[in-house]
Every structure is written in C-alpha cells, then in structure tokens.
Design a protein around this ligand. Structure first.
Ligand SMILES: Nc1ncnc2c1ncn2[C@@H]1O[C@H](COP(=O)(O)OP(=O)(O)O)[C@@H](O)[C@H]1O
Ligand SMILES: [Mg+2]
Ligand SMILES: [Zn+2]
Length: 346
C-alpha cells in the first residue's frame, strides 16, 4: 500500500509544510517540551510525525547523540530501526480508542517512573486522546503537571474540543489542520517519482481535490488509479465520480429513471468508486440545500429539484452511504436510494 510504504520517515518528508517547520523549531529549542498535543483531521500525519519525533530525540547519530547539528533521525541506527518496528522499549504507543480507562492510563503512568533504557527520552504516544475517560484524564493530569525529565507525551486527537482544558493548557499544541492541496500534490509527486510513474499534473490536482483533505486518502486514490491503469484526466474524473455526480444528478433532476439506472450500470462497468460518488453527490446536494435556504449564493449551481426533494435525496444517499460498507453488490445501495426517490415522486 502506497500510504504505508510512503509514510514519512524524516522531518523533511513531512509534506505538511507548516507542521514541518514547527517540529523543527521544537526540536531545535533549548528546552525539550514534555507534552505535545497534535490536533488535526484523519490522515494528516499525526501518528507519522509522533514517530519521527520519537526517533529524532532517541537517534544515535544526530544532534541529540552529540554528532553534528542535524535534527533528522538517521533511520539506520539500532534505535531508529527499533522504533520503526515498534520494538523500542522507550517508545510506548497507546490507542485510547480501545484502551481508555483509568487502569490503562495508570499502567501508562507507571511506565513514566522508569528511566529510558536504550534511548534518551521515553516517548508516550497517545492516539485518539479524546477517548480517554474523565478518570483517566485526571490521572494523566497529575503526571502532566510534573512530568519526569526524561518523559515526553504526545497526545494526538481529531477532536480537541473533547479534551479537558486543563490537559490542553499543559501541552504545546501543533495544529495539523487539514492537508492542503498543494502539499498533497507534493506527496503524490514524491510517490510517483519513487515508483517511476509518469503522471499528468492535472491528475494530481484532481486527486488532491477529492482526497477529503487527507494525505492518506489521496495516496489510496492514487494507488487505485495506478492499479486500474487509468491514465487520462477524463478517466480519473470518471473514476473519482466528479464528471459523474453532475451527470447522475442531472438525470435524477430530469426525472429520467431509466437513464439514471443505465448511468449507474456504466459507472459500475468502468470501475467507478461508489463511496466517492455518493460523497461527491452529497457535497453538491449540501451546497444546493444551502443555496435554497439562502445561506449563500452561487449562480453557477442551479437545480430543478425542490428543497423537499433535495433533503429527501440527501437522506436516502446517507442511508446508501452507510450500507456501502456491507453490500455484496457495489451499486446496490445507490440503486435502492434512487428507486425510493422515484417511488416517492410518483
Ligand atoms: N504530512 C504528510 N506527508 C506525507 N504523507 C503523509 C503526511 N501525513 C500523512 N501522510 C500519509 O498518510 C498516511 C497516514 O498518516 P498518519 O500519520 O497515520 O495520519 P493520522 O495519524 O493523522 O491519521 C501516512 O502513512 C502517509 O502515507
Ligand atoms: Mg493516527
Ligand atoms: Zn538513528
């Protein structure tokens, strides 16, 4: 999988430029912070950056080891390799989505009492930190108030509003935000170059525009396109469902049920991704709904659908979207949604 193969392993490979600069700044500061909070939506590099950070401070061949001024982890010393294999005793990762209670947090805190064994710092990476229970947060807070000199906590979260303010105020916050499109294109270019794939810039921008602002999703779409040997921007548009969503919505708007169904059959036949198709249809319908409600104006986007029809269609597509995970026939959830929509109309 490209998104695993090309997970950034050095600071310079973090394609999110703002984060890259911030991490460099923290690493070159005189005082090492003991608690960091990585905030951002999924697939923006929080876990990857936490591991890079853990390697940088424990590497045996950079500034921290007294060799030169470089901050980058070398990725070849025993410590770097062990961290990459998740076998380094001084880097402890906890997924708070599945270990969220007081016991788990207490066990983690016990670990902070030990000095590093092979490294310089013990790094505690807590993923999905907002899932920790109130008891757990309380226990953690005490440790964050007086962290051992050799401990660094990295809390990663998609939902900072669910973290107690007392925890947030103990941490240095790094905002990952969303992945911006030009950074995503840089990442895709990096993958294409390593894989020796020649690809149109316009295709890279198309992928970036439909990546849900996530590096991970962009890498996944890119890989699917390569596997399916889709090489033209038109082919990619069709695959992603952009051309498509407008065409399909148009047939629905015209009330042409038969054409809606043959459109879906063709989309399916050319390997289109229904999840992405439904997502982009929902995005358009959402815009249409807001325009109808007078929230904003967009003269380019017009529709014959009434706001009642739009909201009905949104409801049906949301149901279809949920079913998409478990359907044995890819096109089925969308077909059912459209059938029901026409049933209501007649
Ligand atoms: N800043 C980035 N630069 C390049 N690729 C990235 C970046 N962030 C994420 N990725 C890609 O997305 C994948 C998931 O990243 P991850 O660090 O697990 O994100 P998060 O923890 O924020 O969900 C990585 O394996 C990598 O392929
Ligand atoms: Mg993560
Ligand atoms: Zn190293």
């Amino acid at each position: 999988m490209y998104y695993l193969k090309y997970r950034p392993k050095t600071i310079s490979e973090i394609d999110n430029s703002r984060v890259k600069d911030f991490v460099k700044k923290i690493l070159s500061a005189a005082d090492m912070p003991h608690a960091l909070l990585f905030v951002g939506q999924k697939g923006t590099g929080k876990t990857s950056t936490a591991r890079i950070f853990a390697k940088a401070v424990n590497c045996l061949k950079n500034k921290y080891a007294g060799e030169g001024n470089g901050l980058e982890p070398c990725n070849v010393c025993d410590n770097c390799l062990a961290i990459d294999n998740s076998s380094f005793t001084d880097v402890i990762e906890m997924d708070a989505a599945s270990n969220r209670g007081i016991e788990e947090v207490k066990n983690l805190i016990k670990e902070t009492a030990f000095l590093p064994m092979a490294g310089r710092y013990r790094v505690f990476i807590i993923d999905e930190a907002h899932m920790i229970t109130p008891d757990g947060f309380n226990a953690l807070l005490k440790t964050l108030e007086e962290p051992p000199k050799s401990a660094i906590f990295i809390l990663a979260t998609t939902n900072p509003e669910k973290l107690p303010k007392t925890i947030i105020s103990r941490c240095i916050k790094v905002n990952f935000g969303k992945a911006n499109h030009s950074d995503i294109e840089t990442m895709l270019k990096r993958i294409a170059d390593s894989e020796k794939i020649k690809i149109d810039q316009s295709i890279l921008s198309l992928i970036a525009a439909h990546s849900d602002d996530s590096f991970r999703d962009a890498a996944k779409i890119f890989e699917e396109i390569i596997i399916q040997k889709i090489a033209t921007p038109e082919g990619v548009e069709k695959f992603i469902g952009t051309l498509g969503r407008n065409d399909l919505l148009k047939t629905i708007e015209e009330g042409d049920e038969k054409r809606s169904f043959s459109w879906i059959a063709e989309f399916s036949g050319t390997g289109g991704d229904f999840k992405i198709l439904i997502e982009s249809m929902l995005a358009v319908l959402h815009d249409l709904l807001l325009i109808k409600k007078g929230v904003y104006e967009d003269k380019k986007l017009t529709t014959k659908l009434t706001s009642k029809e739009i909201s009905r269609l949104i409801k049906l597509l949301l149901e279809a979207y949920k079913m998409q995970k478990n359907t044995p026939v890819e096109s089925l959830p969308l077909e059912i949604a459209i059938t029901e929509f026409y049933n209501d109309k007649s």
